[in-house]
Write a protein that binds this ligand. Sequence first.
Ligand SMILES: *Cc1c(COP(=O)(O)O)cnc(C)c1O
Length: 430
Amino acid sequence: MHNLSEQKLIALDHAHVWHPYSAMGSGQPVYPVVSATGVRLTLADGRELIDGMSSWWSAIHGYNHPVMNHALQAQMGNMAHVMFGGLTHPPAVELAQQLVALTPASLQTVFFADSGSVAVEVAMKMAIQYWHAKGQPDKQRFATLRHGYHGDTFAAMSVCDPVAGMHTLFSDVLTRQFFVDTPQCRFGEPCTDAHIASLVKTLETEHPHIAALILEPIVQGAGGMRFYSADYLKKAHALCNEHNVLLIFDEIATGFGRTGKLFACEYANIAPDILCLGKALTGGYLTLAATLTTNNVAETISTGKPGLFMHGPTFMANPLACAAGLASLQLLRDTPWQQNVQRIARSLETGLAPCRAFESVADVRVLGAIGVIELHHPVEMKTLQPRFVDAGVWVRPFGKLIYLMPPFIINDNDLTTLTQAVTSIIADLS
Ligand SMILES: *Cc1c(COP(=O)(O)O)cnc(C)c1O
């Protein structure tokens, strides 16, 4: 199969392969990648693209990294997979131990899952089982922020933004959750009573039905790439305690340094009851996610009825994925990722600043290694995507958003190429 000509490959792809959020037969361009090293993707036609996406937040150390490769090859020689029911193995135990050490001190228990969406399902089930075990079975619903994104499975979808998440399509099967106004206090600004009023009202009136508040701290990702105040999180944390509602942080996108802190909750200096991790957990090598929780939640579930946590994926704690996670954490320890993220932030700020003057641009914002250009109108992917590729960069806009989140190892020259390509293509839109 590796010998398929490029044309044949694309034709077969169009005929048989469904891509994320796409229509079969749409004729949207799809680019065959044959290899990737560092920050460069090599296409089948020999062109090289500088990666501005880190494969959706995940490839923080770049591609084909010798340390990552070596760790996976070594683990492969021991075992690629073994079931996790009744068995355990060093990569899972070591990774759990390191995640517990890196995250807020109260989080002591790790449940491994196979994707971010599943980690969110697990978090929501933990919250419901917690209240069930405490004799409050009416607490089965969730409060969440508008403009959130938590994944594509049904429970995760129920807490995604109700408009962008297309809740009408699945209205009969989605649990109706409590949507709170998205925080209007921007990152670095204080959170006033008015900013938090919607959350206060929801928790005051609905808390007997609410198991947890689930949100993405500091950065709302796929639901709008919005950055908001750490002060809001502090207040939300206090409100949850006051109203007997658990707090779930979904750090699947923000975790592992992307915002400038190892975890975004560090900006607010608070710990959630449940924390979801994924994406960059394995440095983009394999699919793995984790749901962490406190001893209180874990013990309450385990000692109450039915006495078990009701979840257990077939590929739970896959040893290869755990080995990739360990190697990725090792690389974070061994590399000056904070300096890299700060350097990327400065470069994105300077490189994207000219966009502020363009008519088509509503907002330009940068936090950590995330640069966002929000336009007034949605882009036409079919025409825009080939222009980025022709400019030698891989950027995948959605809706009104063109955004960059390159691997932490990207150098200044490549960053300049990336921001210049984006700036000149947006200039042409105006
Ligand atoms: C990507 C993402 C998810 C879903 O993760 P998958 O691995 O795609 O299932 C959930 N929450 C957030 C914040 C994400 O960015």
